[in-house]
Design a protein around this ligand. Structure first.
Ligand SMILES: *[C@@H]1O[C@H](CO)[C@@H](O)[C@H](O)[C@H]1NC(C)=O
Ligand SMILES: *[C@@H]1O[C@H](CO)[C@@H](O)[C@H](O)[C@H]1NC(C)=O
Ligand SMILES: *[C@@H]1O[C@H](CO)[C@@H](O)[C@H](O)[C@H]1NC(C)=O
Ligand SMILES: *[C@@H]1O[C@H](CO)[C@@H](O)[C@H](O)[C@H]1NC(C)=O
Ligand SMILES: *[C@@H]1O[C@H](CO)[C@@H](O)[C@H](O)[C@H]1NC(C)=O
Ligand SMILES: [Cu+2]
Length: 831
């Protein structure tokens, strides 16, 4: 693995960094101007103003918490090396984020001490009726004689701190699937030309069977298993469904009592393997073409050489170092007025806290809550398929970023850590931070005698979570005017459906045919984020400002125009907790206003929330009352939600909702329950601190261009938070870099920074200026590049020779590594 932190080409003396294209660099350097030399980067001495009170547990904190639980809970006989779900063990430990109520005095009122630090632990514990996963809070930290372990209940509106673990032995389920597959080897050989190889599941010519991982019925468990070809090379397994499905009655908690029931093939249900086998001998049996692996699933084409491929493309460079300041220890970033803390969690990945702009509060918290994908289809797999990806871990599965590709070569990287089953897992370089200059300006204007242009340089905090088949690139983007953007792009393999080429079935209602026997399988991605806005302080109001047509009468219009058809602004206060959808024709602005702070013009300071850049408006879930999801993801049903901030409602979802969708540990409908948002009157208890939950994602109807991978330029969607009267004028003016140029030498006028004498007429002003000014001189604001630069190769293309990525243990959306299968994985990793 190469070390990404040292950037030898960084020169500290200047604060300038602009994007230049490689194309400019091929000119030979002028020898009179010696090229800028590069100094070694000095260690950052920048210090965050406060501790990062949301930071993930350190390895030693986690070890102390584990040791304390083992000691205090000796009666549970917690196993350090669990062998099955029948063993009790500590599944995870992580930071329990402090209550906002306890953090604000430290953050905003110069309170002397940070809030108490606590850990959250999930313990796999067997009760009388089977295995459960139970949440506890452990603290205060560091562990002392005052520390204790309490049931963690206050963050779960179910009133429970536990979820039954219905997957009691995942290894056994896999074994069962292999046995089922072997038992029908004659059928699979006949129809698919392949058989399962129980001895070597990775046999490229073999078959695998996987259970649909989402359908957990109350009190029981029915699995539909589908055959797949392994697709080893590029990991294209989800493009290789085989169209034979087996139903397993898994209601019994003893797997020895499970039985294989129906089979499904080409639109026909067979009561059992025997009936299926017998049907095969029928001369009228209808076969459907097989879905075979081949070069079509390859992600690369190493062979083609169209003109142009022999030249590398332009890249972005940063010869003088970043303009942001980073405190690596506290994970604190400061950049052109923006300041914020970064933290991570195994379920949800990166979150930002205490976001301020030019010293004023904007958000207390911004972070992912859940990433859902909901499929539809006429076959037993896609017909009930749904994923809640925090269960598999958006943070756990945020792997190393590829330097120069996932992020520019000059980016800074942060590592992340998570703690599971007594082990600390390090994921190096899983978060990157970088500035980037867009290919379009932030602003420009050609005036009568001059033109002025301002570059659009923004700051990005990026991570990529690869959860099984999909890769989510998650960006938090900061712009110089105070705008924030949350943008998610998807790539990786789609989860396709087997296509039977049978026009009597309804499969064409659920996707397009994209290969011999593959359907693109429509699905909705709905990805939920929390934004705890504190616009210029915690007391805020949410309003919908509508742009409405109307007919009005104006005195000045009389008598010619008695009535005029026009439009105006109408404000609607959002008075209770509710879900809202993006308006038709963008006909409303959703604004969060400070209740008490105004700008110089007497307007309430505000931020606008809007669907941002990407493929159209961000969507919500199409399906009403999803049969599969139950109450586990009700936040997906509208675009945006406004709620009261409560310490007891820190999250919209919990990863263990996946285990109990019909009785989830956090039910969002109980959070968004129409409580009043009125505040300020003496008889109201609500203090005006509101929280927004919003969704990004896509109605994904993949097409032939999603093979082999979904493309990120169009799979993108975003929500933006845009200052709306937050400042007295555009705040980017003081930060941007650009130039003002005079048009034509003779006539001047309009140069920035020159006071015009109001008594002068234009002619006099022109005359004076032409005497005193070098009319040809460009006026720059901010620094510029003024020397040629000699860049080391690594600034253009990081050296990947010898790059060995850390072993990822990428999930294949099995339960391996999840709460249900952790012992299986730990065993394999020697844990
Ligand atoms: C956070 O607030 C809740 C509700 O007031 C309380 O029960 C809980 O103990 C607090 N958590 C911590 C870590 O102090
Ligand atoms: C496979 O076949 C054997 C022999 O008939 C049977 O005992 C076993 O239960 C079958 N296993 C599965 C998973 O179908
Ligand atoms: C198509 O599917 C139907 C069931 O919907 C089945 O009865 C029929 O045999 C299939 N036909 C062909 C040509 O595969
Ligand atoms: C969804 O379920 C709720 C509660 O049962 C019901 O009131 C509502 O009508 C349902 N919506 C649809 C579209 O089925
Ligand atoms: C689960 O993990 C174990 C250990 O790494 C491995 O042997 C097994 O094949 C995995 N199962 C699946 C379905 O990925
Ligand atoms: Cu998709």
């Amino acid at each position: 693995m190469i070390e990404l932190r040292s950037r030898p080409w960084v020169l500290l003396s200047s604060l300038v960094a602009l994007v230049v294209f490689v194309a400019f660099l091929i000119f030979p350097l002028d020898h009179e101007h010696s090229p800028v030399e590069y100094a070694l980067e000095q260690p950052h001495s920048y210090k965050a103003p406060r501790q990062n009170v949301w930071a993930e547990l350190t390895e030693s904190e986690a070890a102390d918490v584990n040791a304390f639980i083992l000691k205090e809970f000796a009666h549970l006989d917690l196993k350090k090396h669990p062998k099955s779900a029948r063993d009790n063990f500590i599944y995870i430990v992580e930071t329990l984020k402090p209550n906002k109520t306890d953090a604000v005095s430290y953050l905003y009122d110069d309170g002397p001490s940070p809030p108490e630090r606590w850990a959250k632990a999930a313990i796999a514990q067997n009760l009388e009726d089977g295995p459960y996963i139970i949440y506890y809070m452990v603290g205060p930290l560091p562990i002392s004689k005052d520390s204790m372990i309490l049931p963690l209940e206050y963050t779960f509106n179910s009133g429970r701190n536990y979820v039954p673990n219905p997957i009691q032995d995942f290894a056994a389920i896999q074994d069962f699937a292999s046995a089922m597959a072997e038992n029908v080897s004659d059928i699979t050989q006949e129809l698919l030309g392949a058989t399962a190889n129980r001895a070597d599941p990775n046999d490229p010519h073999g078959l695998l069977a996987f259970p649909r991982g989402s359908r957990i019925e109350t009190g029981g468990f029915t699995l539909w298993m589908q055959f797949y070809r392994p697709g080893m090379g590029s990991g294209a397994r989800t493009l290789l469904p085989q169209g034979i499905y087996a139903k397993v009655d898994a209601t019994s908690s003893d797997i020895n009592d499970w039985s294989v029931g129906q089979f499904y093939y080409n639109g026909v249900v067979y009561e059992d393997a025997e009936e299926f086998r017998a049907a095969l001998d029928d001369p009228d049996f209808e076969r459907t073409p097989a879905n075979l692996d081949g070069p079509w699933t390859d992600t690369e084409d190493f062979e083609s050489h169209p003109a142009g491929r022999e030249l590398p493309p332009p890249v972005s460079v940063q010869p003088y170092g970043p303009r942001y300041k980073l405190d690596r220890k506290e994970r604190y970033v400061s950049w052109f007025g923006f300041e914020f803390y970064i933290t991570t969690a195994q379920a949800t990945g990166v979150s930002l806290f205490d976001i301020r702009f030019k010293g004023e509060r904007v958000m207390y918290e911004l972070g992912l809550q859940e990433a859902m994908a909901h499929y539809a289809g006429d076959d037993p797999m896609q017909g009930g398929l749904e994923f809640l990806d925090t269960f598999f871990g958006m943070g756990k599965n945020a792997f190393e970023l590829v330097p120069g590709y996932d992020c520019p070569a000059y980016a800074d990287y942060l590592d992340s850590e998570w703690h599971q089953a007594y082990q600390t897992h390090h994921t190096p370089n899983s978060i990157c931070i970088f500035e980037y200059t867009a290919d379009y300006l932030l602003s420009r204007h050609t005036a009568q005698y001059s033109v002025t242009v301002s570059r659009n340089t923004f700051l990005t905090v990026r991570s990529v979570s690869t959860v099984g088949n999909y890769d989510y690139t998650i960006d938090y983007i900061f712009y110089m005017d105070g705008t924030l953007e949350v943008k998610v792009r998807a790539s990786g393999f789609i989860f396709g459906a087997f296509y039977t080429a049978n026009n009597t079935k309804s499969e064409d209602e659920y996707g397009h045919r994209i290969h011999d026997a593959l359907s693109s399988s429509m699905h909705d991605h709905v990805i939920n984020f929390k934004a705890d806005l504190d616009v210029a302080g915690p007391t805020n109001d949410m309003v919908r400002m509508a742009i409405e047509p109307m007919t009005s009468t104006y005195e000045w219009d009389q008598p010619e125009q008695p009535k005029r058809n026009t439009m105006h602004l109408v404000e609607y206060q959002v008075t209770e907790e509710t879900g809202i959808d993006w308006p038709k024709n963008s006909g409303e602005f959703y604004l969060v206003y400070s209740s008490d702070k105004k700008n110089a013009w007497g307007e309430r300071k505000g931020y606008r929330i809007t669907s941002g850049t990407g493929m159209g408006s961000t969507p919500h879930l199409t399906i009403f009352n999803s049969t599969t999801l139950g109450d586990s993801a009700r936040w997906a049903e509208h675009d945006l939600w406004v709620l009261q901030q409560k310490d007891t409602e820190p999250r919209s979802a919990d990863p263990l909702n996946y285990f109990a969708p019909h009785d989830p540990i956090i039910d969002f409908t109980k959070m968004a329950d129409h409580e009043s948002l009125e505040h300020g009157a003496p008889d109201t208890s609500y203090d005006g601190d509101l929280v927004i939950y919003f969704n990004v994602g896509a109605h994904h109807v993949p097409h032939s261009g999603d093979v082999p991978n979904t493309l990120m330029h169009t799979s993108a969607s975003s929500v933006m938070f845009v200052p709306h009267n937050f400042n007295d004028r555009d705040a980017s003016r003081e930060s941007v870099q650009g130039v003002r140029l005079q048009l034509q030498g003779k006539k001047s006028g309009g140069f920035a920074g020159e006071e015009a004498d109001p008594n002068d007429d234009l002619k006099t002003r022109m005359g004076r200026r032409s005497k005193t000014l070098d009319k040809t001189k460009a006026k720059y604001f901010g620094a510029t590049y003024d020397k040629g630069i000699k860049l080391p190769l690594e600034a253009l293309e990081p050296n990947m020779e010898g790059y060995v990525s850390k072993e990822h243990g990428v999930t294949d959306l099995s339960y391996n590594g999840s709460a249900a299968g952790v012992w299986h994985r730990e065993e394999a990793f020697g844990g």
